[in-house]
Structure formats: C-alpha cells, structure tokens
Design a protein around this ligand. Structure first.
Ligand code: FAD
Length: 458
C-alpha cells in the first residue's frame, strides 16, 4: 500500500468514475467522488438511463482488477452472435467471436450500482451525491461544487482531478478555457429511444436467447438485448427527420407495420405508440479532443475524453481500459503526474480516436450491410482465413471486442486485411471468370468439331 496524503477528486459517479475510484483506493490513495445526481440506488429509473451495455474483453478484464467481473457477468446475459432479421423476412445468425466468445449484456444501472457498492463498502470511498462541479481553478488547485439541496457553493482543494463526468463534461469545458485545447463534437443524425419487450407468460423469452437481435432497415434500425428476467431491451435508432414525420397514432402504427411488423406482438401496439408519442429521441454524440490532461493536476477519462456512437458497444469498455492504462502509468512513473499526464494523452489519444471512427463505421454494417448476402459471404471468407492462418488474419470484431490489441493498431491492421480480402475475392472472381471462358471455349471447340464430323457423315 502506498501511503499518500494527496487528495484525489473524481468528478462523476458513472461507471468510469466509480471504477477509477476503486482502482485508486485499492492502492491506498485517498479518493473522494462528487456526483451531481442523487444516489441512483434509491431512485426511480430515468428515461434514457436504462440502456443495456455489452461488456467485452476489455471491460471484463478491467473488472477483474477489482474482483467485480464474476458478479457483473453473472448478472448479465451472454450474447454469442447477432441474430439478423433481414428485410426480406429471412433470418440468420453471425457469430461474434472466432473461438465461441460471447458479449455480456448488462444493465448499465446495475453495473453502476455494483461499482458504487464495491467502492463504498470494500474500499471505503466517500461519494458526495447532489454536488455539481461548477468551476475549476487548476492553477491554484481549487474546484467549486454546488450542493443541489440548498445551492451552497463548496470549494474543494485538490491535488489531482479526474474528470469522469461524461460526454457533456464540465471539467473538459473548464480545461478548454485554459487555451490550446482542440475539441470536436459531432451529433449523429440519429437519435434513440428504448422499448421493452416483456417476457411471455410463464417467464419465457420472446426471442431466441443468447443473441443480440437486429432488424436492419438502412436508415433506421431496431436492436434488442436480453435481460436476466427474459425480457429484452429494444433500442430504436431513427434519424430525427424521420421521427418528426411520426405525428399521429396512425403514422406510428403504419410506420411500424411497414418496417418492424414481426415485433408488434413482442412489444405491443400501445407500448409502441406510447414510446414514440411521449418521448423525444435522445441524441448521440461523438467527442474527440487532442489531449486529455492539463498541467500536472487534471485528466479526462471515459466519455468525458472520447464519447463515441454506441454501434461497437465499446464506450464503457474503452473507459475502463483508460483507467487501467492510467493506473499502470501511475505505477510505472511512481505517481509523478508531470510524466504520467503527457504520456497518457500521447498514447491514448490515437486509440480513442480509432474506436470513435470504428464505432461510426459500424452503423453501416449493422443497419445495412448485414442484409446483403455478399457481405455474409465475405465474413465467411474472413473466418476461414482466420481458421487456417490465425496469426495472419484476425476478423475486425474479434480484435475490437475479444482482444486487447490497441484500437489504433486494430484500425491499421484492418485496413491491411481489407486489401488482402479484396485481393482474394478479386482473384477468386478472376479465376472463376477464366474457368468459365476456357470451359466455354473447350465446349465450343468440341461441339464444333463433332458437328463437322456429323455434317461430313451426312
Ligand atoms: C444507446 C447507448 C448504448 C450504449 N451501449 C454501450 C455498450 O453496449 N457497451 C459499452 O461499453 N458502452 C455503451 N454505451 C456507452 C456508455 O453508456 C458510456 O460510454 C458510459 O456510460 C460512459 O461512462 P462514464 O462514466 O464515462 O460517463 P457517464 O455514464 O455519462 O457518467 C458521468 C457521470 O458524471 C456525472 N456528472 C456530469 N456532470 C457533472 C458535474 N458537473 N458535476 C458532478 N457530476 C457530474 C453524471 O451525472 C454521471 O453520473 C452506450 C451508450 C448509449 C447512449
């Protein structure tokens, strides 16, 4: 145990903030967490906060460091493959991993509560709820929170601040005021709403289990992730423009009937109408920054540093990995933040940008490409190549979800692999074409010579 007197403050008690709190307290650092919301363990679910997360290797291995993986995984549901409900009504499955690996569908709130419990009960972390960060004076090491119960402003002295306050981070906004900070935010043209598909009578699942179900419709898409109670949490992604056209009950039911007819009995007409009419779709944002630190006492982690679209299911996985990497650097440089912070920004930045780009690209794959037979054939060729030459070819999904290969290396490797696959498929085309031409020529010659013989005989 390191004996340290410094006060480390974590802003945000989301999954990333609470995971970082556990890692630091485990090493003996004094950690205090401030969270603007009230304690979720005693509150009702808010719209948009009930989403399921898919945990994969990066997230699960990170949780192992605080012995939380067994409980997190046991509270979740495995998903070994995509179950695609094609536009033409046919279905098929596509395995995620090449060695039978599964993603784990977990309730985000349940995961967050688990981390809160571990941090408080096992590591003695103090969490101040209803304290909203409003101001940072990084130079003098002082930040100010507002207590929502009475509006009191509370100044707090810090030696180090961890900005784990999500996509709309106040820590990041305060860093930006200090100059030379590149920042880029892009809203997706899609928003999302959640729809519950309850279990059937007798506690039976409404859909085949062990899968992430997708109804890909190019411009919009419905996905459903399994829950422990046999229900499914559906997430409907739709462009805001299309949403604006769904005004009346008839509009909504016609739309659903045209595009997702088979899900009507699973969700129920009333629930569909209620969800679409009474909710606004929530926005999806990508955030990229050129660095994640300021001076010697501030760092951004998780969504605060790099929010991404949810189409690779890597947001939390990547956020936990940030914490692990940062923590390893703290050990390597013996807690010297003048070395750790620039090194963390330098090394983590390309990886975070790569997974933001990969997540954006994956929308096209989930919403359109999976409908295409050629795409499925290509995936089979990739799996075959991996089977015969596992060191040479690793499918993209395998690298992202079931390996610890840095995301930037994944992106580079995939660009090389794409060329290989294109080459093989082109060569396959070429050979098939050549065989057809030569075959036709031989047949022509054969038929021609036999026709001559027959003609001579006649
Ligand atoms: C539809 C959807 C599906 C997703 N699916 C997946 C998935 O399958 N797998 C996956 O890994 N990820 C997924 N994600 C992403 C994942 O939800 C996020 O990456 C993750 O929640 C980020 O965690 P975080 O702790 O960094 O931020 P958050 O979860 O946003 O937590 C930030 C916390 O900081 C608090 N806070 C904010 N401002 C202040 C302030 N000024 N003062 C004090 N506290 C503050 C907030 O109240 C919040 O509690 C999905 C996201 C969406 C939208």
């Amino acid at each position: 145990m390191t004996s340290v007197k410094e006060q480390y403050v974590i802003v945000g008690a989301g999954p990333v903030g609470m995971y970082m709190a556990c890692l630091l307290s485990k090493e003996g650092y004094e950690v205090v967490v401030f969270e603007q919301r009230e304690d979720m363990r005693g509150t009702e679910l808010q719209h948009g906060r009930s989403i399921n997360l898919s945990l994969s290797t990066r997230g699960i291995e990170a949780l192992m460091k605080i012995n939380a993986e067994t409980q997190a995984v046991s509270e979740g549901m495995p998903m070994s493959a995509r179950f695609v409900h094609r536009c033409d009504g046919t279905t098929y499955t596509m395995q995620y991993g090449t060695n039978g690996e599964s993603l784990i569908s977990v309730d985000r709130r349940q995961l967050n509560e688990l981390l809160l419990n571990i941090a408080e009960q096992e590591y003695g972390v103090k969490v101040h709820f209803q304290h909203k960060l409003i101001k940072c004076d990084f130079e003098n090491g002082e930040i100010v929170f507002e207590r929502s119960s009475d509006g009191t402003q509370i100044p707090v002295k810090i030696d180090m601040i961890f900005g784990c306050d999500g996509a709309h981070s106040t820590v990041r906004k305060e860093m930006m005021r200090c100059g030379r900070f590149d920042y880029c935010q892009t809203y997706s043209k899609h928003g999302y709403i959640e729809l519950i598909m309850p279990a059937k009578e007798g506690h039976k699942p409404v859909l085949e289990e062990d899968f992430l179900h997708i109804w890909p419709k190019c411009q919009f898409m419905l996905i459903a992730l399994p829950n422990k109670d046999k229900s499914y949490t559906g997430t409907f992604f739709i462009p805001f423009e299309t949403w604006d056209q769904l005004k009346t009950k008839e509009d909504i039911l016609n739309f659903w009937d045209n595009h997702f007819r088979e899900t009507i009995p699973l969700i129920g007409k009333d629930r569909i109408v209620e969800a679409v009419m009474n909710k606004e779709p929530l926005p999806l944002i990508t955030i990229k920054c050129n660095r994640y630190h300021l001076g010697n006492n501030c760092v951004l982690l998780g969504d605060a540093a790099h929010a991404m679209l949810p189409f690779y299911g890597q947001g939390v996985n990547c956020g936990f990995e940030d914490c692990e990497i940062f923590h390893e650097m703290m050990k390597k440089y013996n807690g010297d933040f003048s070395l750790i912070l620039p090194e963390f920004s330098r090394t983590r930045n390309p990886d975070a940008k790569a997974i933001c780009d990969l997540s954006e690209m994956n929308y096209l794959e989930m919403s359109s490409k999976v409908n295409c037979k050629w795409f499925c054939f290509r995936k089979k060729v990739e799996r075959f190549l991996h089977f015969v030459l596992p060191w040479f070819y690793i499918p993209l999904y395998q690298m992202v979800a079931f390996s610890r290969i840095p995301y930037s290396d994944v992106l580079k490797k995939q660009q090389r692999q794409n060329k290989i696959i294109d080459g093989i498929l082109m060569a396959g085309y070429g050979i098939t074409g050549a065989v057809v031409i030569i075959g036709s020529f031989i047949v022509y010659k054969y038929v021609n010579s036999h026709l001559c013989t027959i003609t001579c005989l006649i």
